[in-house]
Design a protein around this ligand. Structure first.
Ligand code: PMP
Length: 367
């Protein structure tokens, strides 16, 4: 039987080698990392080892890594602290930033999905100035890499702090938080091949993270709640594997180029978002204007391919991608948008299996 191919890494990434084993080992450890007895100290050792593994992946100071439940919590922690006082965010941020009910100013993106730096400068110069700018490192729908170095420079020149949601960048490109000098960074374990429900908020220099959860003194009183040790250990193991296998993402460049050139041969109307700008090599977001993405998604699923549409369905209503809308996509384009995202375990055979299915499905759409 044909393998069902998974091409939805930006939704969640398969566990990397070694992660499962690392988690299983600590599931049998009864220690609470805050306890001072032997079992507690063992648990603490595991937590601190994971912190080091994550720090090494992103060039951070391990003392500045605070574990939490994932990027949604990290982003909420930042926005709850800063948004009431004024933040500047890009129009393509994840819903866990952009859908919060605070007053925030939105910065435009170009039609290629890159933040418009002229507009950013204009918005940040307004009075009163924002306290914080929040711009993601890589967009989850298009894979477009944002000009964070410039954002940090412009903001810091005005004394404004910068937060970056690096959820879709980590493990997919080289990151050096020390060089980047952003003030806050959010991460999520399951997007790099660790378990779900664990993430981190990271700060630089002498900055302390805002506190959202109060209670016990865990995580240096930065985030209360008994540490999720299996989650943290799995996150650490995934980070180490990601660091040692970063070149896999560089080689995905060839697969991305192959996939997109073959895809374009199937339909001359296909639009590939962010095609002409820097993208991570694991994401292909495309549209066939006028086609129905939901119908195609089901057809792909029946043909053994898991991928994602560029729209979100909640409470029975389908809403189109705010990211593609911000890039200027019209209704027909939005309706026909699909996202493929691949990663550390993707092979040429998987891509070919997708292309074989696409040949049939895209032909059907055209007729
Ligand atoms: N930010 C981005 C850019 C994401 O892609 C996601 C996950 N879709 C999140 C935040 C939320 O991450 P988590 O699942 O860890 O809460």
């Amino acid at each position: 039987m044909k393998e069902h191919v998974y091409l939805d890494y930006n939704a969640t990434c398969p566990l990397r080698p070694g992660v499962r084993e690392a988690i299983l080992e600590v599931l049998d450890l009864p220690g609470n990392a805050s306890s001072i007895h032997m079992h507690g100290r063992e648990a603490r050792k595991k937590v601190e080892h994971a912190r080091k593994q994550i720090a090494e992946l992103i060039g951070a100071n391990q003392e500045k890594i605070t574990f939490n439940s994932g990027a949604t919590e990290g982003n909420n922690t930042i926005m709850h602290a800063y948004a009431p006082q004024g933040v500047l965010v890009s129009a393509i941020e994840h819903p866990c930033i952009i859908n919060l009910e605070h007053s925030m100013a939105l910065v435009d993106v170009t039609e290629d999905g890159v933040i418009d730096l002229d507009h950013f400068e204009e918005m940040i110069s307004k009075s009163p100035p924002p306290l914080l700018a929040s711009v993601m490192m890589v967009n989850n729908e298009t894979g477009v890499i944002q000009p964070l170095k410039e954002i940090v420079e412009i903001s810091h020149n005005r004394g404004i702090k910068v937060h970056t949601d690096a959820t879709q960048a980590v493990g997919r490109m080289n990151i050096d938080l020390f060089l980047l000098n952003a003030d806050y960074m959010t991460l999520s374990s399951h997007k790099i091949g660790g378990p779900q429900g664990i993430g981190a908020l990271i700060t630089t220099n002498d900055i302390e993270p805002p506190v959202l959860f109060h209670g016990g003194g865990q995580e240096k009183s930065r985030r209360a709640g008994t540490e999720n040790i299996p989650g943290i250990v799995g996150f650490g193991a995934a980070a180490e594997h990601a660091r040692k296998n970063l070149e896999k993402y560089a080689t995905l460049k060839n697969e991305q180029a192959y996939l997109e050139s073959e895809l374009k041969k199937l339909n001359e109307d296909i639009i590939i978002y962010g095609e002409n700008v820097d993208r991570v090599h694991n994401t292909t977001c495309f549209s066939i204007p006028g086609a129905n993405a939901e119908t195609m998604l089901i057809a792909f699923d029946l043909d053994g391919i898991s991928l994602s549409s560029g729209s979100a369905c909640s409470s029975g209503k389908v809403s189109h991608s705010h990211v593609l809308k911000a890039m200027g996509a019209g209704d027909e384009e939005l309706k026909g948008a699909l996202r493929l995202s691949y990663g550390w375990a993707t092979t040429r055979e998987h891509i070919d299996q997708f292309l074989n299915a696409a040949e049939k499905i895209i032909k059907r759409v055209r007729n």
